[in-house]
Design a protein around this ligand. Structure first.
Ligand SMILES: *Cc1c(COP(=O)(O)O)cnc(C)c1O
Length: 387
């Protein structure tokens, strides 16, 4: 070969120069918000590229191209929420199909699978995916897909994405990963062999607690065609304004994740050294059961730390004492967010199922934002001492 090979740019450069960042018509430094539902046919024999915004909108298209570049897939899809991305993707299944799912999956995904898709005769087996043998043992004649969430929520259990995806492909199953906690900055499941990557972009990708959105990326053209069909058929798309806002947030993903992760490591170490905490869950801790797999498939540990303060009473007292973090559902924002899974994200899970899955009454989840870590620790220290 003569000449130079085209050098591939690094991830942080792709975050800024993803290909659609400049408006082709005017050179504007950001993609315009095409606030239009429909598009004029100047020539009926030569229709416009987009004809109706449910089927395609130029602003949404830029976002969809953006996430496809970041995840390394062939095509991206933007949805009105993470659950819209998840539910639409699961519409690739049919009545009578069976799916194997991470045991401590996001509460909303659990509800969708156990209370809504069951009505359509789609059957789920929840499995502790830290043990690949258990995933393999759950295979049935009608199994069509494997759905992973790693690190899982809120106890940050790690699934070996490459091993499960390879097994799924071997068995002819669709493999799906909810990559919300890691984002493509740290983990790119398609490069590890997964078919479809999903996001609640409401979290780290958006990053500012001001937009609700979901994303999906397909590994192959055939899967992209199928996803496009269900996205358009169900109409679960993201609007133009929110598509723009999400891209605005995504440009700083690298800087935000890197900063928050340094702080999250400090928080996890600090909590581990205390005598008044029953357990700390963070994939970067030396004693975290999934640490080795995490280091194989990801370039970081993320910005979410869960810890058990011993009892539900103490957890609730602490939530009323902390001054800096937002006490709220959600995660992945510029501001730290302290959540109480038993009463928030996992409230829809029956108490006995929560207990089975290690979501104890004293469990709190800290999503570390961009505040100075010394201030966050001082605030948490005071709240812990007084709770
Ligand atoms: C929040 C979340 C979802 C759901 O996303 P929404 O944007 O709230 O609909 C799905 N998966 C994970 C891991 C989440 O944290």
């Amino acid at each position: 070969m003569s000449g130079q090979e085209k050098r591939e740019t690094k991830f942080e450069t792709k975050l800024i120069h993803f290909g659609g960042e400049v408006d082709e018509a005017t050179g504007a430094s950001s993609v315009p918000i095409y606030q239009a539902s429909t598009f004029h046919h100047h020539d009926i024999f030569n229709p416009p590229q987009h004809d109706y915004s449910r089927s395609g909108n130029p602003t949404r298209q830029a976002l969809e191209d953006y996430i496809a570049v970041l995840e390394g897939g062939v095509q991206g899809f933007a949805f009105a929420s993470g659950m819209a991305a998840i539910s639409t993707t699961l519409m690739l299944l049919s009545a009578g199909d069976h799916i194997i799912v991470t045991e401590d999956v996001y509460g909303g995904t659990y509800r969708l699978l156990s209370n809504i898709l069951t009505r359509m005769n789609i059957e789920t087996t929840f499995v502790d995916m830290t043990q690949p043998e258990l995933v393999k043992a759950a295979l049935k004649a009608n199994t069509k897909a494997v759905y992973m969430e790693t690190p899982s929520n809120p106890t940050l259990k790690i699934t070996d994405i490459a091993e499960i995806s390879a097994w799924a492909r071997d068995k002819g199953l669709l493999s799906i990963v909810d990559n919300t906690f890691m984002t493509p900055y740290y983990q790119r499941p398609i490069e590890l062999g997964t078919d479809i990557v999903l996001h609640s972009a409401t979290k780290f990708l958006g990053g500012h607690s001001d937009v609700l959105a979901g994303l999906a990326v397909a590994r192959t053209d055939e899967l992209a065609r199928q996803l496009k069909y269900v996205q358009n058929g169900l109409g679960t798309v993201l609007g133009a304004q929110d598509s723009w806002l999400l891209m605005r947030g995504m440009k700083t993903l690298g800087a935000r994740m890197a900063h928050s992760e340094i702080s999250a490591r400090k928080l996890a170490d600090w909590l581990s050294r205390r005598g008044d905490i029953d357990a700390v869950f963070y994939p970067g801790l030396a004693n975290h059961p999934g640490r080795e797999v995490q280091e194989k498939q990801s370039t970081g540990y993320g910005a979410v730390v869960s810890f058990d303060v011993g009892s539900g009473e103490r957890a609730k007292r602490l939530l009323n004492l902390v001054k800096l973090p937002l006490v709220a559902v959600s995660l992945g924002a510029v501001e730290s967010i302290l959540s109480y899974p038993p009463m928030m994200s996992h409230a829809s899970m029956p108490p006995e199922v929560r207990a089975e899955r290690g979501i104890t009454d004293g469990l709190l989840r800290f999503s570390v934002g961009l505040e100075d870590i010394d201030d966050l620790l001082a605030d948490l220290d005071e709240a812990l001492r007084n709770s």
